[in-house]
Every structure is written in structure tokens, then in C-alpha cells.
Ligand binder design. Structure first.
Ligand SMILES: [Zn+2]
Length: 270
């Protein structure tokens, strides 16, 4: 891990939520329980009260020198709670020269295990003195999935309807899964099947993200809400593998059948 990361994103709030969750999984005392959300450390992060995690937002139009000095003072002592101390600077493009200069020494010689995350939706306006000392990560949240997939909206919606029926059959009705492949997918060209599988992957990823963030507002594909985090994680991995296998010279019908059999096996271990 580097000392400092600049996260350049198109959705700062979403990015902050995901980052907090990553940090929870770094700090959490229940090493083997992904997204525990129950232990004292997870709880302290939830109520924004963990001494070794500091979040700084602009005070007015800027992030001010005093805010950074305060941070340095707090982090000058070794953390009593966690191995690492972490700070997050929201709207990093709003650091002015004074606060950035105050930050520099801290960035160059952090005391102890200090990790910083600078979030910005305007990377060009982040002062170079900060940027040059951070490792940059790009995290973009997409708005138009069909553009990413290189298809038009009409085709996208058509596939979405088909996927909804197909997933309902394999996840809820669960009779002869191979028969559903014949009914819904087998007649598509390989290129279209790859698009359909990418869409299915995104659906499971979204469900997984909502479960992790405890966000119950999204009721798309509500019938998938019965799946727990582990099941969703396994399905995401299965979908990634399935999509990778399409680049080999492989019989698509066999690939589809393997896919549903794996889905069946994963649901049996519930
Ligand atoms: Zn925890």
C-alpha cells in the first residue's frame, strides 16, 4: 500500500461510501467475516467516531490549513485502536495553497502507519503538489450501461426483459435449468451472448453492492434479494469466469449449460 491515494471519480458520494466500506473491512476485528457491520470498530466507523479515522470536508469554500494542522496533531500519536491511521479528504480539489503546503511534509514523512485518501470529482483542479505525491486511482460509476456495452437503448431493454425472465427461472423456479438455456439463450450469436452475460454480471454486482451498503432502495430484480452476500460474491466470480471462457474457442451451448449447473450447485450450498 502507498501512503496516499488520489481517487478521481465521477460520483464522490458513492465513492466515499464504497471507500468507508473498504476501510471497515481493513479495520474490522472479525477478520473472517466480510462486512460484519457488528463489531465495535465497524460501529465506531458508522457513527463517525473512530479516533484513527478522520474525514475532512471543506470548511466553507476551502479545506483550510487549520483543519490539516488538527489532523497532523491527532495522528502524531500512534493509534491505540487500529494498526493503521487513515484520513479521508473529501473534495480534495478545494485544498488551497496553505493547506496543501501544510499537508506536504505529512505526505512525505508520515509518522507510523498513516494512509490518506483524497477524493475528487475534478482531478484537474487538484494542486500538483498533492497530486504528484499520491498514487491516482480512477473510480467511475456508469450512468448509461448500454453505451458501455456498445448497443442501443432499444436492444438493451429487450435484453433486460429477457434476462429478467431467465434469471427468475434459474434462481426462483429452479426446475430443469438446461431447458431454460434452450428456451432463452441458445439461439443467440456468441457476440450477443457475451453482451447478455455482461449485463447479468452487472445485475449481480449491483445486488452485491446494495447488500454491502445495506441499501434497500433498489428494487430492480427484487427476486434476487433472497441471495446472501456470499452467494452473490460466488455468482459474480462465476459470471466473470464464464465471460472469460468465451474468449476461448468453446462450444457456447456447453458453456451455458455449465453455467446453470454451477448456479444450481451454489444455490444448493445455501
Ligand atoms: Zn466489524
Amino acid at each position: 500500500m502507498a501512503h496516499a491515494y488520489l481517487i478521481s471519480t465521477n460520483n464522490s458520494e458513492q465513492c466515499y461510501k464504497v471507500l468507508l466500506n473498504v476501510i471497515k473491512n481493513i479495520f474490522c476485528v472479525n477478520e473472517f467475516s466480510f462486512n460484519c457491520n457488528k463489531c465495535s470498530l465497524c460501529h465506531l466507523i458508522d457513527i463517525n467516531n473512530l479516533p484513527s479515522l478522520k474525514v475532512i470536508s471543506p470548511d466553507g469554500s476551502f479545506i483550510k490549513k487549520e483543519q490539516i494542522m488538527e489532523l497532523k496533531k491527532i495522528f502524531s500519536k500512534e493509534s491505540q485502536y487500529t494498526k493503521e491511521s487513515i484520513y479521508i479528504i473529501k473534495e480534495a480539489e478545494k485544498m488551497n495553497k496553505e493547506s496543501a503546503n501544510t499537508m506536504l511534509k505529512f505526505l512525505e514523512e508520515p509518522e507510523g502507519n498513516v494512509i490518506g485518501f483524497f477524493i475528487t470529482n475534478n482531478e484537474d483542479n487538484v494542486l500538483l503538489t498533492i497530486k504528484s505525491r499520491c498514487q491516482t486511482l480512477k473510480v467511475n460509476f456508469s450512468n448509461n450501461e448500454y453505451e458501455d456495452l456498445n448497443i442501443n437503448e432499444e436492444k438493451y431493454n429487450e435484453y433486460l426483459d429477457l434476462i429478467k425472465e431467465y434469471l427468475y427461472k434459474i434462481e426462483v423456479e429452479k426446475k430443469d435449468l438446461i431447458l431454460y438455456n434452450k428456451e432463452y439463450l441458445v439461439n443467440f450469436e456468441k457476440a450477443d451472448l457475451i453482451i447478455i452475460f455482461k449485463m447479468i454480471l452487472n445485475i449481480y454486482k449491483q445486488k452485491l453492492e446494495n447488500k454491502i451498503l445495506n441499501n434497500n432502495n433498489n428494487n430492480n430484480f427484487a427476486f434476487l434479494n433472497i441471495l446472501d452476500i456470499n452467494n452473490l460474491k460466488n455468482k459474480v466470480n462465476l459470471l466473470i469466469e464464464t465471460i472469460q471462457k468465451t474468449s476461448y474457442n468453446i462450444n457456447m451451448e456447453l458453456l451455458l449449460d455449465d453455467f446453470v449447473l454451477e448456479v444450481e450447485a451454489l444455490n444448493e450450498t445455501l
